[in-house]
Design a protein around this ligand. Structure first.
Ligand code: AMP
Length: 121
């Protein structure tokens, strides 16, 4: 499967669709999920064109990998849920069909602001 340039997160990255932005740097964009499942529900996406975590792991540079992980921590801190400033959170990436991924651009969900609950329903 090749990367679909028309997926909704690609459109957000190109500025064609608005988002409720939390943070942006050279490697990531973070915004609030449009349909929050918890008090805090943010999405952190890499700026590069990666379909999912496997695609990212196989193709991304070391710099991009570090940038994504650091981005998650920065966003969690900004939202007051990282362990440095808050009570923790869940970072989750759905991968492809069995993982329940709907948008084919790698994204980490950050859930927090309350107890997140069971890991798998
Ligand atoms: P996934 O099922 O892991 O692919 O999750 C996709 C997520 O993207 C869902 O939680 C959606 O609510 C969210 N989403 C879809 N469109 C938008 C949008 N335009 N802005 C923010 N979040 C979105």
């Amino acid at each position: 499967m090749s990367y679909d340039d028309n997926n909704i997160f690609a459109k957000i990255l190109r500025g064609e669709i608005p988002c409720n932005k939390i943070y942006e740097d050279d490697f990531v964009l973070a915004f609030h999920d449009i349909n929050p499942q918890k008090k805090i529900h943010a999405l952190v996406i890499p700026k590069g064109k990666y379909i999912d975590l496997d695609d990212f792991t196989l193709k991304a540079s070391s710099e991009e990998m570090v940038g994504l992980l650091k981005g998650i921590n920065i966003v969690a801190k900004k939202l007051g849920i990282s362990t440095e400033v808050g009570k923790g959170y869940r970072a989750l990436a759905n991968i492809s069909d069995h993982g329940g991924q709907e948008v084919p651009h790698l994204h980490f969900h950050l859930f927090g602001g309350e107890k997140v609950g069971k890991m798998v329903e």
